[in-house]
Design a protein around this ligand. Structure first.
Ligand SMILES: [Zn+2]
Length: 1135
């Protein structure tokens, strides 16, 4: 790491010196509880559950009734079975050490770009304190606790002493040899009939018999039978008096083949063991036949779905890699078995696989359902107000609609936590392996029925704050001595109350003006600030938007330039403005470019715009200052004139090469000259290949996939981009990149600047105005009009005992505490991880204060404060009760996507599985009843955690498949880093909504169903969306009336392929469905291109990638299989 602070030269402090360098109190004992909190009772969100503790545990439990069998080569986790030594050394890089904050950059980027992160220090601290330094570390760390062997649990391919149950296993192996293929599934009866469903004779052996129709699928023999089967853990104790609980020993470790560097998650690693949930009223869990589950309708080609896989795919991409088995795997398979079943992708690669006897499928309704969890949470909130007056209160799910009333803690729209009850010590935190983090979306939009934030002005001395730790006045400050002093809730320092701020206390010790001051009674509010908080101690100028249009041949030819110029005329009328102000004060400027840059003077006094050309792109400068950035309303006539002329001026251009870095440099120089912050909107057609700084070449190399060098595909190249990103942040210049490529563009490098400047990246591959124009324009409009702040720096303070150690977002960090964002819009979130540096007190709780200093759209400098108080407990059970799955998944997605910059994706996936198993094993060991040893017991708050983790592992950046475009993987990786909890939840678990029975009279969206092929019906019409892609799926048996009503066509057969729009027909069905789609498009941060697919048409493969509960297309287990596998891991950890 290079030394830090290069940037500081010439860059005036934006924050007072005290703000940046305030000493962080360390080691103080627990802070005092502010009076406000003392008087409150702590609520447990689970009190109801507690009441029924005896009979109805708060956890979700599932038992495995049958042998859990993993199939070799099934891909699931084969990576993990490799020699431990291979990946172990890397573990430390992943999560263990704090990383430089802007981790994403490449190796090259790292140099010089990131100051020596304090990471080192924190890393040490973390190590010392043991706050899960091995978050992603291999099991060893916690293994001891569980009595597990040091290696990854994946290593269990290694021969181990046969357990008591080995005999059964062996029998099974013998029986099921070679019977990999799941047969056609015939679902066993489901729901509610768990008892019938466990056909199982006691002990389960019978079921395990491959020939036993009902379960045989699961039992398919592990291909690698010969390889050492991991000994079935077999927790014998049949809880329910029953035989039922047979040993879930998934004998065959999934893909044993260590050699498969390959795509890990391939098939359903574990032949799904049927799982039943006896006790807890939980429905029984049926395990799906291997893979079979996913292939219901579609004969198998695309078994599953890779959630993220297609996440960002542009329509129009051909179906990639049709079910072919990726060739690369073949070689790697230490191939014991011929005819290995679909390993990586779990593709049934040969007919043999399908040849099995007819098998029955186990009940998927029996495993925890995300849609049910979402629905139940929504029901709980109906008619309720979410009042934030309770410390450590767990908010409704991010998917739930609710109204917030701020009474002292920030709304969950601004801050969400992985858990609302922190373990009191680092040891406990480490033991639980639960990451402690908050996801902050500082400028999140609020619904119309919630009040906007109050703005407070403390006059010429600026906001009142603690002298020592610099925390801002907030509900956690306790006033004493008749109101003359206050004790800081963060560092306990006693401060004098400034004269102007003095107020008497009432009999409860509360200031008399408590209710009149937002900063004393609310969780979120804003301060107007003094010049001390401004760059150069000068009030900021209003920000500027610069539109930079690539006018090279491709963009002209596609009609894009014309489209943009037309759109800008209306778009500029709607530039964002402060609430309540008449018009926008944002300045605008225009640049066109190919190999050279053209600047335009659009001063209002001119009759015609003037062009100035800069052809020396090596030394970029801005040729005009006066007249380049103007007020749109004043210069409207000249700008119109310019926008009319641009398409014609370049109509005959044959220039196909472009520059890129100089374009950004020009924008930075222009903003510097104008002394303002702002945003560049760049519309680029291709990779910059013209001779100039930042010239790129095609370095896409599929041969790197699945090697240790795969990470280089994600790392940006060229130091020039690294320097440029620093310049951008120092200037407050954010970059939004709209790409219109026809091939690889090295997105990892081109998008590195947006991803460090709070910007966004949009990609429209093979752009055509007719089919993609509207989609692009929706993105552009949303992007231009969204609420945004500029030149921002965020600081997160905590009460004593813990501190923020790592940050994930589209941010830049020059030191360990200041999160810098050239811009931050309403959709950008920063995930902040905490570690203990001392113990926490149960009485004092834990406080977090996020302060965002930024420039508003009207050029005002503001400070936005969000406060959140959490509980602390020495009981792990309390922590698990307060966990939030969606936030956990957000954290894991970001940390995993950062980790792929440093280590093989295979290792990252292993770590994710280990982490999942460790967290759940810790719960099982410490918090769940001991009498049900063979059950899979999940905390109520995390019962659908596994489905999200599995989906994450199947997402494009973590799937090493040559079929996935490198740019798509890089794009998803970078977008997720800036996502809030709502976006990651939706991305990893898309909404699948049945529309064929839609109630035309109801406003409500029909209830979504689970993302699995089995939820589809031949006669159905389904809408699927994940925030980035949207599909309308039409079953082959769709009624003719429905087709007529939607498309005005006599039958489905008449529908043109690649249709991406619903005609505007004047009938209730058409109107209803179009309005549902429009509402969704309106609601999401990004536009989505509607892709209409017919069942069994080739493009359907794109759609199926999003059915995340099914086995994945390229590699990745089904939800059921993953759950079984995790269960087995847990049992091993506990044994
Ligand atoms: Zn303080």
């Amino acid at each position: 790491m290079p030394p830090s602070s290069e940037r500081s030269t010439g860059r005036p402090a934006r924050v007072t010196a005290a703000e940046r360098h305030s000493p962080k109190p360390v080691g103080c004992s627990g802070a005092q509880t502010p009076a406000l909190w003392r008087s409150l009772t702590w609520h447990s969100a689970f009190s109801a559950g507690d009441r029924h503790k005896r009979t109805l545990p708060r956890y979700y439990s599932v038992s495995f009734w049958h042998e859990e069998r993993a199939q070799a080569g099934m891909g699931g986790y084969q990576g993990g079975f490799g020699p431990p030594g291979a990946t172990q050394p890397l573990y430390g890089h992943y999560g263990g050490q704090a990383q430089p904050f802007n981790a994403p950059p490449t190796a090259g980027m790292m140099n010089g770009m990131h100051p020596a992160p304090a990471s080192a220090q924190y890393g040490q601290i973390a190590q010392q304190n043991g706050a899960h330094p091995h978050r992603f570390a291999a099991p060893p760390a916690s293994a001891a606790g569980y009595g597990q062997p040091p290696q990854s649990s994946y290593n269990n391919m290694a021969p181990q002493p046969p357990p008591a149950t080995q005999q059964i296993t062996n029998q099974m192996n013998a029986l099921s040899m070679g019977n990999y293929a799941p047969g056609p599934q015939s679902p066993v009866n489901t729901g509610g009939q768990q008892h019938l469903q466990r056909p199982a004779p006691v002990m389960g052996q019978p079921q395990m018999h491959p020939q036993s129709p009902p379960m045989s699928p699961q039992m398919t023999a592990p291909p690698m039978a010969s390889t050492p089967m991991s000994p079935p853990p077999m927790a014998g104790a049949p809880p329910m008096g029953g035989p039922s609980m047979d040993a879930p020993h998934m004998a065959g470790p999934p893909m044993g083949a260590p050699s498969m560097a390959g795509p890990p998650m391939g098939g359903p690693p574990m032949a799904g063991p049927p799982m039943g949930a006896p006790s807890m009223g939980a429905p029984s869990m049926g395990a799906p036949p291997m893979g079979a589950s996913t292939m219901g309708g579609m004969a198998g080609p695309f078994p599953g779905s890779a959630p993220g896989v297609g996440g960002f795919q542009q329509a129009g991409l051909g179906p990639q890699g049709y079910p072919q088995q990726p060739g690369q795997f073949g070689g790697h398979m230490a191939g014991p078995q011929p005819g290995m079943p679909g390993m990586p992708g779990g593709f049934p690669s040969g007919p043999s696989q399908l040849a099995g006897p007819p098998q029955k499928k186990l009940d998927p309704d029996s495993i925890p359902s995300p849609t049910q969890v979402i629905e139940e949470d929504q029901q709980r909130q109906v008619g309720k107000l979410y009042v934030t007056d309770v410390r450590g209160q767990v908010p409704p799910l991010v998917t739930t609609q609710f109204t917030v009333q701020d009474q002292g803690n920030a709304s969950p729209r601004f801050m969400r936590c992985t858990t609302y009850c922190l373990p009191t010590t680092a040891d406990l935190a480490k033991q639980s392996q639960v990451p402690l983090a908050t996801i902050i979306k500082p400028l999140a939009r609020l619904p119309a029925n919630e009040a906007p934030l109050h703005v407070v002005n403390h006059g010429e001395t600026g906001p009142v704050r603690c002298n020592r730790c610099k925390a801002y006045i907030c509900p956690y400050m306790q006033f004493t001595e008749g109101g003359r002093r206050f004790q800081c809730g963060f560092c306990n320092c006693i401060n004098e109350v400034p004269m102007f701020y003095f107020q008497h206390l009432d009999h409860m010790g509360r200031r008399v003006d408590f209710n009149q001051r937002p900063e004393l009674c609310l969780g979120s509010y804003e301060f107007e600030v003094t010049l001390d908080y401004c760059k150069n101690n000068k009030p900021p100028n209003p920000p500027a938007f610069i539109f930079m249009i690539d006018v090279s041949y491709n963009n002209i030819k596609s009609g894009l330039v014309q489209l943009i110029c037309n759109e800008l005329k209306t778009l500029l009328e709607n530039l964002p403005k402060e609430d309540g102000s008449e018009s926008s004060v944002i300045k605008v400027g225009f640049v066109t470019y190919n190999k050279i840059l053209h600047f335009y003077n659009v001063k209002s006094a001119l009759a015609q715009p003037q062009m100035m050309v800069v052809s020396d792109t090596a030394e970029m400068f801005v040729p005009l200052l006066d007249g380049f950035l103007v007020n749109y309303q004043e210069s409207k006539a000249v700008i119109y004139n310019l926008l009319d002329q641009i398409p014609d001026m370049f109509a005959n251009s044959n220039e196909s090469e472009t520059v890129f870095a100089p374009v950004i440099q020009a924008g930075v120089e222009a903003l510097k000259a104008a002394e303002c912050s702002g945003k560049l909107f760049i519309f680029q057609s291709a990779m910059p290949t013209a001779e100039a700084p930042g010239k790129l070449k095609n370095r896409d190399d599929k041969k790197l996939i699945n090697t240790d060098k795969e990470k280089t595909l994600f790392q940006p190249q060229k130091a020039v981009y690294e320097q440029l990103a620093k310049d951008c942040v120092a200037t407050g210049c954010s970059v939004d990149l709209f790409l219109f490529p026809s091939q690889y563009v090295d997105l990892a490098t081109m998008a590195s600047i947006p991803s460090h400047t709070g910007g966004s990246v949009y990609k429209y591959i093979n752009f055509q105005v007719e089919t993609d124009g509207e989609h692009f324009l929706r993105d552009l409009r949303k992007d231009v009009q969204k609420p945004i702040g500029f030149d921002a720096v965020m600081r997160v303070r905590t009460s004593t005992g813990f501190r923020a150690t790592d940050f994930f977002g589209a941010v830049h960090m020059n030191n360990t505490t200041d999160v810098e964002m050239a811009s931050v819009d309403c959709d950008k979130a920063v995930t902040v991880e905490f570690k203990h540096d001392d113990s926490l007190g149960e009485d004092a709780g834990a406080l977090i204060q996020c302060a965002l200093l930024y420039t508003t759209l009207s050029g005002q400098r503001r400070l936005r404060i969000h406060n959140l108080s959490l509980r602390c407990s020495s009981q792990l059970q309390d922590m698990f009760k307060s966990c939030e799955t969606d936030s956990l998944v957000n954290f894991f997605a970001k940390s995993a996507y950062r980790a792929v910059l440093k280590q093989p994706v295979k290792s990252v996936r292993e770590i994710l599985v280990n982490q999942t198993a460790h967290m759940l094993a810790c719960y099982r060991k410490n918090c769940a009843s001991a009498s049900v040893a063979s059950q899979l017991i999940l905390p109520d708050t995390m019962k659908v955690f596994p489905v999200y983790m599995n989906s994450l592992m199947k997402s494009a950046p973590l799937v090493a498949s040559t079929e996935l475009p490198t740019d798509d993987r890089a794009q998803q990786r970078l977008s997720v880093v800036a996502m809030g909890v709502e976006e990651t939840q939706l991305l990893l678990y898309p909404r699948l909504v049945p529309l064929h029975n839609v109630d035309l009279g109801s406003e409500a969206l029909p209830a979504p169903v689970r993302c699995s092929e089995e939820r589809l019906s031949d006669c159905g019409l389904f809408l699927l969306e994940n925030g980035h892609s949207m599909f309308l799926w039409l079953g082959q048996g769709c009624p003719a009336e429905l087709i007529q009503g939607l498309f005005n066509l006599p039958s489905l057969a008449h529908l043109q392929p690649n249709t991406s729009e619903l005609p505007a027909l004047d009938n209730p069905l058409s109107k209803k469905i179009r309005s549902i789609i429009d509402n969704l498009l309106e609601k999401r941060p990004n536009s989505m291109k509607l892709q209409i697919v017919r069942q069994k048409d080739k493009p359907e493969i794109l759609f199926r990638q999003f059915l995340v509960e099914d086995k994945a297309l390229y590699s990745g287990a089904s939800y059921m299989d993953f759950l079984c596998f995790v269960h087995r891991e847990i049992r091993q950890l506990l044994s």
